[in-house]
Design a protein around this ligand. Structure first.
Ligand code: SF4
Length: 466
């Protein structure tokens, strides 16, 4: 028996280990976001094809105190325990692994998760200090499964394993559906679906754009690897009919990278009369009215857009294509026409950001009339070209990984200190509330403190209004 664990989170936090290419993100506990790391369930499905029994414990939806987990380990007697780690809470995950090792040093404990592919010497030393012998940082690939099979002394044919090489289109398509049945999947939650259960699907991975700050390409690679429309329709049908789930979150970094494939997926959902609701993330440039209409007809009710910034210098230096604002506005209009909500993500704190540029981004973002807008701070994720550049420049101010939530600034820019970035971030969030007329929760003292920025933002609003 192999036991795969999504380990507990530090008190007051909840982790989403699936985002940021699998490096993970941290939220406050109150957010109640419960998104499973999909790779655990893919691994379980592949191991099942090698006739290896697997148990999954997901602390996001199950609670075990120390006594209960000890009891469970004695009952299950796993030959191998795999622990899925995330970048911001790596130290905490390591302590949990150490705790399991202390129960019995006979347990083989394997740490896994993309972050381990990029760890530095300090973290390697920590792993050794805690007596953990095995770790692998590769994305879901045959190498991970091969390591598990070797640790279990199971002979296998290489051809059989090569079949699941997720770095090729054929192999990615061969990966069986995630083994959701191994947990109480009804408990997973994400705010988009209000309080209804949902399940994620990874229908494509990687991205050809290679933005220098993007953790998805660092982990998944610089090309698109798509599952076929037929495979995705089958997976949706399995989730909808066999598992009874009606809400689906596509976890692809760029879902509409091939609109013919998306068109086929939509046709399949419509033809099979599947009454599902779904959300995806994509880039504006790939959309047009026709595909938006089709997506809405097939149940898409929200599209998340990474728009990032209106600072041209930051976009150029990040190798990110500059978005055409008119096209952006048109796409938002089409989404509204077909009742798809738009959620725009923006980043503050690119090295090229100064006060003027950030205020410009805030004003233009608010002026876009998206249904939802979110500003977060730039995080230098390990493995990205940005990380090395920021490190070389000495811009990393915050060293404690637990603060890499993207809701706190951790690096300075060429022009802005951490505290200036913090003020601008507060102002950005204030502006969203102002726009949404939810200003009441803010104290008068806060408004007084930020009055200078507030006046500036009003000025930019007026300037950018058409
Ligand atoms: S376009 Fe999006 S997914 Fe692609 S590299 Fe840039 S940030 Fe990443």
């Amino acid at each position: 028996m192999v036991l795969l664990i999504n380990p507990p989170d530090p008190k007051g936090y909840i982790s989403n280990k699936d985002t940021m290419g699998g490096l993970g993100q941290l939220y406050s506990y109150e957010s109640n976001i419960k998104v499973p790391p999909i790779d655990i369930f893919h691994i379980a499905a592949i191991l099942a094809n090698f006739n290896i029994p697997v148990k999954i414990i997901d602390y996001l939806i199950e609670e075990y105190n120390e006594k209960e987990i000890v009891k469970l380990l004695y009952m299950v007697k796993p030959k191998l325990i795999g622990i899925r780690v995330a970048f911001p809470i790596f130290d905490f995950n390591l302590e949990f692994a150490h705790f399991l090792k202390k129960i019995s040093c006979e347990y083989k404990v394997l740490l896994f998760g993309p972050y381990l592919h990029f760890i530095d010497r300090t973290d390697v030393e920590k792993i050794q200090k805690y007596g953990i012998e095995y770790y692998t940082g590769l994305d879901l690939t045959i190498n991970f499964i091969a390591l598990v099979l070797n640790l279990l002394n199971i002979n296998y044919q290489k051809d059989l394993l090569d079949k699941y090489n997720a770095n090729t289109t054929e192999g990615f398509n061969n990966i069986p559906f995630p083994k959701w049945q191994l947990v109480d999947y009804w408990k997973y939650r994400v705010p988009f679906f209000k309080d209804e259960p949902f399940l994620p699907i990874l229908s494509s991975k990687g991205c050809i754009y290679g933005c220098s700050y993007c953790p998805y390409v660092a982990v998944q690679g610089y090309k698109f690897i798509n599952k076929s429309a037929e495979k995705i329709i089958d997976e949706i049908e399995f989730i909808y009919k066999q598992l009874g789930i009606k809400n689906i979150l596509f976890r692809d970094p760029f879902f509409t990278n091939n609109i013919n494939r998306v068109d086929k997926i939509c046709n399949g959902i419509i033809a099979k009369n599947m009454k599902i609701k779904w959300v995806c993330e994509t880039k504006v440039e790939s959309l047009n009215e026709e595909i938006i209409y089709k997506m809405a007809k097939a149940g898409c009710f929200q599209i998340n857009f990474g728009i990032e910034s209106f600072n041209k210098f930051a976009l150029i230096n990040s190798k990110r294509k500059i978005v055409n604002v008119n096209k952006l506005k048109k796409i938002i209009e089409y989404c509204r026409k077909y009742k798809i909500k738009t959620f725009g993500f923006f980043i503050i704190g690119f090295p090229e950001d100064d006060k003027f540029q950030v205020l410009n981004t805030i004003a233009k973002a608010i002026n876009l009339n998206l249904d939802m807008t979110q500003f977060t701070y730039l995080i230098p994720y390990p493995g990205t070209p940005l990380f090395q550049m920021i490190k070389d420049k000495g811009y990393i101010i915050e060293k404690n990984k637990i603060n890499y939530t993207s809701y706190k600034p951790v690096i300075k820019t060429n022009f802005l200190s951490i505290s200036e970035l913090k003020s601008l971030g507060e102002l950005a969030n204030f502006s969203i509330l102002f726009k949404q007329q939810k200003i009441i929760p803010f104290k008068i003292s806060f408004i007084k403190k930020k009055i200078k920025y507030l006046l500036k933002i009003i000025f930019y609003f007026l300037k950018t209004l058409n």
